[in-house]
Design a protein around this ligand. Sequence first.
Ligand code: SAM
Length: 276
Amino acid sequence: MNKFWFQETHTEGYEVKWKIRDVLHSEKSKYQDLAIIDTIEWGKALVLDGALQVSEKDEFIYHEMIVHVAMHSHPNPENVLIIGGGDGGTLREVVKHNCLKSVDMVEIDDRVIEVSKQYLPSISSAYNDPRLRLYVEDGIKFVENSKEQYDIVIVDSSDPVGPAIQLFSQAFYRDVFAALDDDGLLTVQSESPLFYQDTFKSVYNNINAVFPAAYVYTAAIPTYVSGLWSFSMGSKDCDPRQIVSDREIINGLKYYNEAIHEAAFSLPPFIKEMLK
Ligand code: SAM
């Protein structure tokens, strides 16, 4: 990273450049290179191992979509588990639901949590919620050993490199399945269906092999490569394309609403083809 530009390299033929005002923080944690940059166009942003994770300008799209689709389609989401998500944005959206009784969050790298609290207060604003039990450990081992039963599990992971690789595996989804109640739902961020097609397909196939039904929905998130982003779901019982009819939609959101919920599951032919 030079003083004026942050460059995110995806392939030999493609990189994205962000003009920055400053590098506000930079360190090597036990697990990854971690930085906070102040970008000209997208506000402050968290970077892990050279990959941009969240930017202040469009993080609401990602966080609202990874949380509210499952929360509005599960009949009674009282107990939620978040794996990863150390910036706190997913937690911030989960705690907006009054029906929530407890949320367990498992982030492997405490430095992501601390640095996000310091530099990204609008994203990391829910760490004081009394319903939160925060675990700093590997989410894979946590789920493997879990005795809890959750209504919803959300995997807000970084890209499949380093400690996150196994979060995309069938073995992990099998452990998640066991940790979910009979009507439980899994939601994961499943990368770009345009740019990272192999990862996208393998996440869907792995979830489909474990759950009775798998679903995909998308959102446009400019911060992430290609802008077209996917989320994949595994469901034991309910159809997440339907909002539970008596569920009140959370007020004051900036992206998610009832129409977006339904529309997000409408997939273009090239994605449907990949899911065959
Ligand atoms: N929204 C972001 C994206 O799509 O790029 C990801 C958000 S969040 C920063 C991802 C977090 O997952 C990171 O803080 C990372 O430390 C955490 N993580 C990676 N592997 C993990 C694991 N095995 N267990 C728990 N957390 C993990």
